[in-house]
Design a protein around this ligand. Structure first.
Ligand SMILES: [Zn+2]
Length: 573
């Protein structure tokens, strides 16, 4: 299908099916804006601090330039009567739908889009008034097990909680049945009327009226298509994540009333994990989930949900992978908040996804890291080593962080294996060959998996304690990967590789000492680095014509190239 109007029609029909539901009250009239307390300059500052320019263009064409530094003050004074209950023109509430393709680069079905709602800066200011109060509620009052979009929390806290709890139970020789729940487009299925009920006691009557006034005017538009939803909190709005958490908290409360402890309930926004140690409690959890979904209009997606059994160490599985239990598939892996968990909690499946694997038919699959590396290849070839380390930090390190959290619970052998993979990824990125020994790699960039694992766990522990006790952690430890040398030319990688090449005469791996034995005089890596640092300092501190970064790197590179030529000559002799 190519015709734009046709595409719009199909997308909107799919949205209308979920977001306009006649079983719930529809908006016949506009709800009047409440007369809210005027906000002082500090409170207006607070609102504007949370809003940024540079977002997509809106339907009412009010530019978000009003959030730019130079315009903020003026905008604040113009908009200060926004709270006085005056009627705001309807066209500000015509939101523009920006459908994102969830199946990119394939062609999506109408329900395979993420419907981002672009709303006017006016609506954003109105909503942002509620942010502070909602955030405070999430922090201090919401069910402790829900961590999504809560101040100071992150997915790593829940990954750590999950792994720690499962391991605790395994140590007590329990079979652990993890129930992972997937709710279908959860944000889009929240009925407004039920949401307003939930907000009573959390927001003031006037604040709920403000939200009702906004929603009663809000329409979704694309091309010539338009409709007014009575279901769904808009994706892209600053308050939607908080509203969803509040709406869905009753699920956690329901399970708690039925005997689940706080440590066996893990929620991150619409991502839920329920831990069980018997099949009967697993069955009950599924039944309660289905009941709850029915009551609150949330749709469970059974095929994307999963049951992962983790037996005690050395124990056998008691459930047949591939079959279903109460309609939920029994799986041998599940991706939980970015970490692929398996029946043994070994991290092996996660590592496979990163580095590639062979399936049952012997077909090789490329890993994520290889994919990233191949895409970067033309770019990475010409950049300095310290920048490559930075790239590794940005692109690859986050893929390992879940493994670092798992690391503390692994046996020495598995841990060493992970460390080996970590080093492999660094060598790849830095352009070093496999045979480069650890001490040389570490002299360029220091990384210690044990230490990293320990610090990530400590960090998650402190955050979770803070959540439980409703306090703040003043100082969180953070693991740093340090590149020891700044302005490190890429030639250093070639230098290191040549030092670890095969001796053409003796057929053994070369070392600086071995080169010397053949009367080839090259420094070892630490001496080279010292030379480069001295050279760098001399150049940098030059009184006149101080060189820029590129120039400095070139000076250092030419020094390294001298040694490279010497080694190359020997190898080609
Ligand atoms: Zn030799």
């Amino acid at each position: 299908m190519k015709d734009e109007d046709e595409v719009h029609k199909h997308i909107m029909n799919a949205l209308r099916n979920t977001q306009l539901d006649l079983r719930f009250p529809v908006y016949h009239d506009r709800v009047s804006f409440p007369n809210l307390r005027e906000l002082g300059p500090v409170e207006m500052d607070e609102i504007f601090r949370r809003l940024w320019p540079g977002k997509a263009i809106t339907n009412d064409l009010v530019a978000d330039d009003i959030f730019k530094k130079g315009f903020k003050e003026r905008a604040k004074s113009i908009l200060s009567d926004l709270w006085s209950g005056l009627d705001i023109k309807d066209h500000h509430f015509r939101t523009r739908l920006a459908p994102l393709n969830k199946k990119f680069p394939s062609t999506p079905m109408p329900d395979q889009i993420r419907p981002i709602i672009v709303s006017s800066p006016i609506v954003k200011i109105l909503e942002t008034r509620l942010v502070h109060k909602l955030q405070a509620y999430l922090r201090d009052k919401l069910h402790r097990s829900q961590l999504g979009f809560t101040d100071g929390m992150d997915i790593y806290v829940n990954i750590w909680r999950a792994v720690k709890r499962i391991e605790e139970l395994r140590d007590r020789r329990k079979h652990v049945y993890c129930l992972f729940l997937d709710f279908k487009s959860a944000y889009n299925t929240v009925p407004h009327s039920l949401l307003f009920d939930k907000l009573r006691g959390i927001l003031s009557t006037e604040e709920i009226e403000l939200l009702r006034a906004i929603y009663s005017r809000m329409s979704i538009n694309i091309g010539c298509e338009s409709f007014q939803p009575n279901v769904g909190v808009p994706q892209g709005s600053v308050i939607s994540p908080s509203l969803f958490n509040i709406y869905a908290a009753s699920f956690l409360e329901r399970l708690e009333e039925n005997g689940w402890g706080i440590h066996d309930l893990l929620a991150f926004a619409d991502d839920h994990l329920v831990i069980n140690i018997t099949k009967s409690s697993l069955r009950l959890a599924i039944r309660l989930t289905m009941q709850w979904c029915e009551e609150v209009n949330i749709q469970l997606n059974p095929s994307k949900s999963g049951i992962l059994e983790v037996p005690p160490k050395g124990g056998q599985l008691t459930m047949q992978v591939g079959s279903c239990f109460e309609g939920i598939p029994i799986v041998d892996e599940y991706k939980y908040l970015g970490l692929i968990l398996d029946n043994r909690l070994s991290g092996a499946k996660h590592v496979n996804k990163l580095f590639g694997w062979k399936d049952a038919n012997g077909v090789k699959h490329k890993g994520k890291i290889e994919f990233i590396k191949n895409n970067l290849c033309p770019l990475i070839r010409n950049i300095s080593l310290d920048y490559r380390v930075n790239l590794w930090q940005t692109l690859i390190r986050p893929l390992f962080t879940p493994l670092a959290l798992l690391g503390n619970f692994l046996c020495q052998t598995s841990k060493k294996e992970l460390e080996r993979k970590l080093k492999k990824s660094m060598k790849w990125f830095m352009g070093l060959v496999k045979s480069v020994p650890d001490d040389i790699l570490f002299s360029l960039v220091s990384i210690n998996f044990d230490e990293w694992a320990r610090i990530e766990s400590e960090r998650a522990y402190l955050k979770w304690q803070a959540r439980l006790s409703k306090t703040w952690v003043a100082h969180l430890p953070k693991y740093k990967v340090i590149c020891h040398v700044k302005y490190l030319p890429r030639e250093v990688a070639q230098f290191v590789n040549l030092q670890c090449a095969l001796c053409p005469k003796c057929k053994t791996i070369l070392t600086p000492l071995h080169y010397n034995m053949h009367m080839v005089n090259v420094p070892n890596v630490s001496v080279l680095l010292r030379e480069l640092r001295m050279c760098f300092e001399n150049e940098r501190d030059r009184a006149y014509n101080r060189p820029g970064r590129m120039e400095l790197i070139e000076v250092l590179a030419s020094k390294v190239r001298g040694y490279i030529d010497v080694m190359k000559n020997f190898l080609q002799r």
